[in-house]
Design a protein around this ligand. Structure first.
Ligand code: CP
Length: 292
């Protein structure tokens, strides 16, 4: 039984296959190869993109999806995560897709070996399907040649599971990674670190902007979002005519992470990432439910 808790557990061959399958799904559209399969989604944290993307991906492959809303489940009566999961597994789904605030929640459930577990974002450590869709988007843009390209990850890196997963996967794929953040947003890392965005603009091919999760920090770092935006917002003034593409996992805080005008710019790939997310998740479901 194969799970997707972290991209580290995917072999290079599997990553290549995932990218190939996602490209095929994008070119050829739906295929009802999972029509007898049933997935359960279990999101303990809010989601717009990931949950709906998984549902669309599953349905495009002919699978059925049941969503359990933890706030209306017996979790609210004190049932443990493991018991909730075991009870769902007793209904014999073909996989469970989970988002949780704890880094190790998907691992704990995967280790129970009851059904394939897909991590849809856990704590600040891993969001493997986001990393894979970002990889696909980069491969598509650079015609498969991302080795040696440089990406700056900008913003609240320490709080971000997207950043954490991207660092592991994109470095493995041969990209150079620079971290750009104010000190309180910077994680412990051996990667090159910068406090000012202006220092990296002439070194990078890609900027991955992140949402400033000010609510996750105990002590105030900036007086307000406007102060943060002055230093880190991705806008035309900063990028000028540079050939840099801009990624963001969403939700984008307009004019704080990325300016309104920049979001309309062809260099901004935010909605391409969302579109590609469906194809990549179709490929992930195929890998875990059919090929493994
Ligand atoms: N990228 C991402 O995880 O977005 P959601 O929180 O909306 O799922």
């Amino acid at each position: 039984m194969q799970h997707l808790v972290d991209t580290l557990e995917l072999s290079d061959v599997q990553i290549t296959q995932l990218l190939h399958d996602a490209k095929t799904f994008k070119k050829q559209g739906s295929a009802r190869i999972l029509r007898d399969k049933l997935l359960i989604t279990l999101f303990f944290e809010a989601s717009t993109r990931t949950r709906s993307s998984f549902e669309v991906a599953a349905k495009r492959l002919g699978a059925s999806v049941v969503h359990l809303d933890p706030s209306k489940s017996s979790t609210s009566k004190g049932e443990s995560l493991e018991d909730t999961f075991a009870n769902l597994c007793a209904m014999q789904p073909d996989g469970v897709i989970i988002r949780h605030s704890q880094n190790n929640a998907p691992r704990i459930l995967a280790d129970m070996q009851m059904t394939p577990v897909i991590n849809a974002g856990a704590g600040n450590y891993a969001h493997p399907t986001q990393a894979l869709l970002d990889l696909f988007t980069l491969m598509e843009h650079f015609n498969g040649n991302i080795k040696g390209k440089t990406i700056a990850i900008v913003g609240d890196i320490v709080s971000s599971r997207v950043a954490s997963s991207a660092m592991r996967l994109l470095e493995r794929m041969g990209m150079h990674i620079l971290l750009v953040a104010p000190k309180p947003f910077m994680p412990k890392s051996d990667l090159p670190q910068y406090e000012h965005l202006e220092e990296v603009l002439d070194k990078v091919d890609v900027i991955m902007s992140l949402r400033a999760q000010l609510e996750r920090h105990t002590s105030p770092i900036f007086d307000d979002y406007a102060t943060y935006a002055k230093r880190y917002c991705i806008n035309h003034e900063r990028l000028a005519s540079r050939n840099i593409i801009v990624l963001h996992p969403g939700p984008v805080m307009r004019n704080i992470d990325i300016s309104d005008a920049m979001l309309e710019d062809d260099r901004c790939k935010v909605l391409t990432q969302v579109q590609n997310g469906v194809y990549v998740r179709m490929a992930i479901l195929k890998l875990l439910l059919l090929d493994s």
